[in-house]
Design a protein around this ligand. Structure first.
Ligand SMILES: C[S@@+](CC[C@H](N)C(=O)[O-])C[C@H]1O[C@@H](n2cnc3c(N)ncnc32)[C@H](O)[C@@H]1O
Length: 280
C-alpha cells in the first residue's frame, strides 16, 4: 500500500521535512489527526532540542507520545536519527499495527540498517497505567527529552499524563500537547455527542465538565513542578497555521466536526502548545 518511491537517500537527507510531510499527506484521514503545520512544528521543536544540546546521545533519553497517528512519523524519525527510542501509547492495537506497516515501508526503507523494534516501543494500553503506562519508564531507567500528548482529550486524562511525565523530564526537555484550546474536564462531550448522533441519540450536556483551556491548565501544572517553564508560543505552528492546506483539504469533515463542537475553528491558534522545562 505504501510502496511509493520517495527519492534517493541523498535527496531525502537534503530535505527531510519535505519527505516526512509527503509521507504524512499520503495517510488516510483517520490516522492523520494533526494539521501539517503542527506536524512540522514538532519537527522544529525536536530540531531545537538537538541543536542546543538538550538531547544527548550518551544518556537513555527517549521520546514519548500518547495517541498514535501522523505524529508518530515525525517522532519516530527523530528516534531513528538520534539512535534512541520512541515510546507510544495507544489503546488501539489495530492503529499501531497499521502504522507499523506504513512506517516500515517509509522511514525504515530509508534507515534500512535499523530495526523498527529497537526504536519504536508501542504499548496498546492506557498511558496512565502504573504498570505499563508512562510511569514504567522509571523502572526502565529512561528519561524523557520530548513528549507529545494527544490521547483522550479530557483534562482528567491529560493532567495524569503530564503529572506522569514530569518526574522523567530532562533539563530543558519539551512537553507538547494537541488541542490546547479544549475545555473538557471529565468527558470529551463533543466526541461522545458525535457517537450519540451516529446512534440516533440526542446530544448531552454534562454538568460540571468544564476546565480552563488545556494549554492554561498544563502550563499551571508544569509551573508547580518546575522552577522555570518556557512557553514556546506554539512554535512554528502559530506562525503558519492559518495557511495550512490541511484545513481546506478536510473542510467537509471539519465543518461537520465543528457543528458537533469537536473542532473549535475560531480557536485554532492554541491547537498546538509546547513548553521547555528546567529544574533550576
Ligand atoms: C487524536 S488521536 C491521536 C492523533 C495522532 N497524535 C496524530 O498525530 O494523528 C487519539 C488517540 O488516542 C488513543 N487513546 C485514547 N485514550 C487513550 C489512553 N487512555 N491511552 C492511550 N491512548 C489513548 C486513541 O485510540 C486514539 O488513537
Amino acid at each position: 500500500m505504501y510502496d511509493f518511491y520517495f527519492g534517493d537517500k541523498e535527496s531525502i537527507e537534503k530535505d527531510p521535512k519535505q519527505w516526512l510531510i509527503t509521507i504524512k499527506r499520503m495517510l488516510p484521514r483517520w490516522p492523520n489527526g494533526i494539521p501539517d503545520t503542527e506536524f512540522l512544528a514538532i519537527y522544529d521543536q525536536l530540531t531545537a532540542l538537538e541543536a542546543d544540546g538538550t538531547f544527548q546521545r550518551d544518556r537513555k533519553m527517549v521520546l514519548v507520545e500518547t495517541g498514535s497517528g501522523a505524529s508518530t512519523i515525525v517522532l519516530l524519525y527523530f528516534s531513528l536519527k538520534w539512535d534512541t527510542e520512541l515510546y507510544t501509547w495507544d489503546i488501539s492495537g489495530n492503529k499501531l499495527s497499521y502504522l507499523r506497516a506504513m512506517l516500515t515501508d517509509t522511514l525504515l526503507r530509508h534507515f534500512s540498517e535499523k530495526n523498527i523494534f529497537n526504536h519504536w516501543k508501542y504499548v496498546a494500553y492506557d498511558s496512565k497505567s502504573p504498570y505499563v503506562g508512562i510511569p514504567m519508564l522509571a523502572e526502565l531507567g529512561r528519561t524523557v527529552v520530548g513528549c507529545f500528548l494527544d490521547s483522550d482529550h479530557t483534562w482528567d486524562n491529560l493532567k495524569s499524563e503530564v503529572a506522569a511525565v514530569c518526574p522523567l523530564m530532562v533539563k530543558g526537555g519539551m512537553v507538547a500537547i494537541d488541542d490546547g484550546n479544549y475545555t473538557y474536564g471529565r468527558v470529551n462531550t463533543a466526541y461522545v455527542n458525535m457517537l450519540r448522533t451516529k446512534l440516533g441519540l440526542s446530544s448531552v450536556d454534562i454538568p460540571d465538565n468544564r476546565c480552563g483551556t488545556f494549554w492554561e491548565e498544563t502550563e499551571a501544572l508544569l509551573k508547580t513542578r518546575f522552577p522555570r517553564v518556557e512557553n514556546q508560543n506554539g512554535g512554528t505552528y502559530r506562525q503558519n497555521f492559518e495557511t495550512d492546506i490541511f484545513w481546506s483539504y478536510y473542510s467537509a469533515d471539519r465543518r461537520n466536526m465543528a457543528d458537533l463542537g469537536m473542532e473549535k475553528l475560531n480557536e485554532l491558534a492554541h491547537r498546538f502548545d509546547a513548553w521547555r522545562v528546567y529544574h533550576e
